[in-house]
Write a protein that binds this ligand. Sequence first.
Ligand code: NAD
Length: 256
Amino acid sequence: MKRVQDKICLVTGGARGLGLAAAEALLAEGAKVMITDLDQAAGETEVARLRKLGFAIRFMVQDVSSEEQWDQTLEQTAHIWGGVDVVVNNAGVAALADVEKESLKHWKATLSVNLDGVFLGTQAGIARMKSRGGSIVNIASIEGLIGEPLIPAYNASKGGVRLFTKSAAIHCARAGYKIRINSVCPGFAETQMVGAAVASLPPDEAKVFVERTLARIPMGRFARPDEIAKAVLFLASDESSYMTGSDLVVDGGMTA
Ligand SMILES: NC(=O)c1ccc[n+]([C@@H]2O[C@H](COP(=O)([O-])OP(=O)(O)OC[C@H]3O[C@@H](n4cnc5c(N)ncnc54)[C@H](O)[C@@H]3O)[C@@H](O)[C@H]2O)c1
């Protein structure tokens, strides 16, 4: 028996990066996976590749900040496989601007994906799972634990994800639903999100930023996406059956 054998899993922002790595880890352990993303071309390419390898995976276009699209996504997933057991709220955005340069428009755009999207996905997941049980994994960040002057909106959104996760987890446990809700707090991982943020800085500032960040990580390197995916797999699986409302930090010791 594999670790998430036959569990029906939805992973948002699954076309690349940590979402794709989570989807691959779940598939390798026997899950059926729906990935969703705004990026249709990348999502379809990855799904075609993984289906050729024999995995049960589908793709849908979804904007996680749209309430109606959540209903459609879960409806379609249930239509294909008969329900949903795991929701991984992974889709997220980040762009650099300190508090003085941050605009209200950008602040709201960040919170709408990173925080509203997680709220909507958790709420929709609970509605579908409350009679059958399940696991919801919300991707927060170490940036929900500590401040970083270049990403105030991202910090606020990820701190929000951590505490929102705890609130929803307590509610479900007290209500007697067999739904566990946890967050993962990754440190810096090698994905396009980090690459694009670094590339948006002037080259000399980018070099200093990377050097300073690496110096703050006791393990001296960024994470590979599969190293974060293993934490998601654990929380999705029944191996974490006594965990709810926790925030699992995977950061090479950066916040230790
Ligand atoms: N990479 C890191 O170092 C790191 C660290 C901590 C937390 N995280 C979090 O992990 C998650 C994944 O990050 P990543 O590094 O893989 O990023 P990424 O930019 O490589 O991938 C994010 C994916 O989300 C999709 N997406 C963006 N907005 C969306 C929306 N509104 N609806 C649906 N999909 C949308 C993008 O198209 C993309 O495919 C994010 O929540 C991020 O904040 C990343």
